[in-house]
Design a protein around this ligand. Structure first.
Ligand code: MFK
Ligand code: FAD
Length: 514
């Protein structure tokens, strides 16, 4: 075992090593809140690097499987997940990754604390962040639109810190005819007088958290008064309502669900995404009939912020580990960190990360205010609510595209090693890629931005421009801004000087030639 051995890059404690995140939290949180939560943020990084790393490795090695029949050919549809996956659920409860946002100990700052913790938790939680995002979204829907019974029996468990009590939720929207265009949903809900519940039948084409305890789903509502609507079923998305159902009964038997197969995906392999046939799934309606899309949009708006947070977390890891490697890897007689061209690449990555993390926490801060402050306050009603509605799809698309581009850059920064599966960069790249598709593709969310502009008569756009102007004005007073404007001006001066020199030379050459 002779010869050169590269010493290995590492991130020991993301929170302690990332001045960007610390500076954002210093800016957004009161000092006493930050000092109170900091030990927890340090702790979650230690967990992610130790137990979390071991669990995510297990989750990748032992991917979910479906056992459809028992040895006597009886249909059982047993979803087999590794112990490590189940352990993540226990840890998610204990660490309060959903609870923090709803206990609201720090009022509007609670969301910032929760998202900061989630960001640091994800490197050890892997794809378990997916069921947690949907659980959080479901809690918000029930808080806004759930019946008292749903609040007592489901909501309280979604936000529990007790692993015995804690439950997770799925989000079943996508069907074979349409994932973006959910108005093409075929699944039907018919009222069952005997059960005093809705009976749901159809086919859900993508269900990510198939091991979830409950799920939120859309279905076409059979009108209890057939005379009211010809055919008793309304068309398009105006015929859909939102439902809440247990996935399994108390004995663990599936509630009118058949698991057809697990998806063979490009990435997110630790996540059990399945195709499900529903045949008489017993469910309760959430919110007003035929307002399914509107009612489920509270989940969409939370999970889309989670996508922003997840992409920011991935970018944070890339930047830290690439920088650490640059301090260790020597090429052509100097460390990578001292090679100007490499430094330019890493600086660009850092810039992208800084912009994305600022953007994410800007949105998270608004979400916290909307959830905790009186929504009739003019600054909430006329500013935060429309602005967050406009910025959420932009954050989701922008962070997903940037994080994927950065995953390629990070891979290249490690040279050949980056392309090796053992370094985990390939998996990271495959996993990040899904953020451009799930929770709305880039073009569908671009149209969502237009929807907001249309619905607000362009006011949201005006609000956006006003906010950008405010941010620019605030930054103008910052010494760093002046410096960067100065250096920008200097660079522009240099470039134009170069250009002038070049032009003069070229002109002289041309003159000489003639
Ligand atoms: C770490 C990260 C973890 C993340 C985990 C995620 C796991 C993966 C889970 C999934 O992928 S779940 C499936 C996600 N599916 C989507 O995101 C669907 C994408 N398609 C859209 O978003 C479409 O634009 C939409 C389904 C909303 C189109 O539906 P419609 O009914 O044809 O649209 P329409 O008629 O314009 O809107 C109906 C109402 O909803 C309108 O309100 P009104 O009826 O009062 O006018 C809209 O304003 C409202 N609405 C739509 N989107 C909204 C919204 N309201 C608030 N927020 C929104 N985002
Ligand atoms: P389509 O809607 O058919 O889109 C195809 C193309 O058409 C896209 O490029 C899209 O941008 C484009 N397009 C659509 N409409 C327009 C338009 N108006 N103008 C221009 N272009 C348009 N769904 C769930 O409900 N629950 C889950 O748990 C879940 N988990 C998932 C897990 C994974 C790993 C993946 C990959 C998907 C998951 N999904 C889930 C489904 C996901 O939300 C959908 O795949 C997504 O919303 C796109 O829908 P679609 O697949 O039907 O594509």
């Amino acid at each position: 075992d002779v010869g050169f051995k590269q010493n290995v890059p590492e991130v020991q404690n993301t929170f302690l090593e990332d001045p960007v995140m610390v500076s954002i939290l210093e800016r957004l949180l009161p000092g006493d809140v930050l000092s109170e939560i900091s030990p927890d943020l340090v702790h979650i990084c230690e967990w992610a690097n130790n137990e979390g790393a071991a669990l995510t490795t297990r989750m990748e090695e032992d991917q979910p499987r479906l056992r459809q029949y028992d040895s006597w050919c009886r249909r059982v549809d047993e979803l087999l997940v590794t112990e490590a996956w189940n352990k993540q659920k226990v840890i998610a409860a204990r660490e309060g990754v959903v609870a923090i946002a709803y206990e609201r100990k720090y009022g509007p700052y609670s969301r910032i604390y929760q998202m900061a913790k989630l960001m640091l938790w994800t490197s050890g939680a892997g794809l378990y962040s997916c069921p947690i995002a949907m659980t959080d979204g479901c809690a918000r829907v029930l808080e806004l639109n759930g019946t008292q019974e749903m609040k007592d029996n489901v909501y309280t468990r979604l936000i529990s810190r007790d692993p015995e009590e804690f439950i997770t939720s799925g989000q079943w929207m996508t069907e074979r005819p349409g994932g973006s265009d959910v108005g093409r949903t075929e699944t039907q809900a018919v009222w069952n007088e005997k059960l005093q519940a809705w009976s749901i039948s159809g086919f859900k084409w993508f269900s990510s958290a198939t091991d979830a305890d409950v799920t939120m789903l859309l279905a076409r509502t059979h009108d209890p008064d057939p005379a009211a609507v010809p055919g008793s079923m309304r068309d398009g998305s105006k015929g859909l309502s939102l439902y809440l159902a247990k996935v399994r009964d108390d004995e663990g038997k599936l509630n009118g669900v058949r698991i057809h197969r697990l998806k063979d995906k490009v990435g997110t392999k630790a996540l059990p995404t399945a195709e499900l046939e529903l045949d008489g799934m017993v469910a309760q309606q959430v919110g007003t009939s035929y307002r399914g899309v509107k009612n489920i949009s509270a989940i969409l708006n939370i999970t889309r912020v989670y996508c922003g947070m997840g992409c920011t977390a991935a970018m944070q890891r890339f930047v830290l580990v690439v920088k650490d490697y640059a301090r260790r890897r020597e090429v052509f007689g100097a460390l990578l960190k001292d090679q100007p061209l490499h430094l330019a690449t890493v600086s660009n990555m850092e810039l992208q990360y800084r912009a994305t993390s600022q953007f994410t926490f800007y949105c998270v801060a608004m979400l916290g205010r909307i959830e905790c402050l009186d929504n009739n306050l003019p600054e909430i009603k006329d500013r935060d609510i429309p602005l967050l509605r406009l910025l959420t799809p932009i954050l989701k698309v922008w962070s997903a595209k940037n994080a994927f581009a950065m995953s390629q850059e990070a891979m290249e920064c490690f040279g050949g090693q980056g392309y090796m599966e053992e370094t985990g960069l390939g998996r990271a790249m495959r996993d990040i890629l899904v953020n451009t598709i799930w929770e709305g593709t880039s073009n569908v969310l671009s149209l969502d931005v237009l929807r907001v502009m249309a619905e607000t008569g362009g006011d949201a756009l005006e609000l956006f421009s006003e906010t950008v102007r405010e941010i620019m004005a605030a930054m103008k007073d910052h010494p760093l801004w002046t410096k960067s404007v100065q250096s920008l001006e200097e660079s522009l001066g240099l470039i134009s000087a170069h250009f002038a020199n070049y032009a003069t030379l070229e002109t002289r050459n041309l003159l000489e030639a003639s």
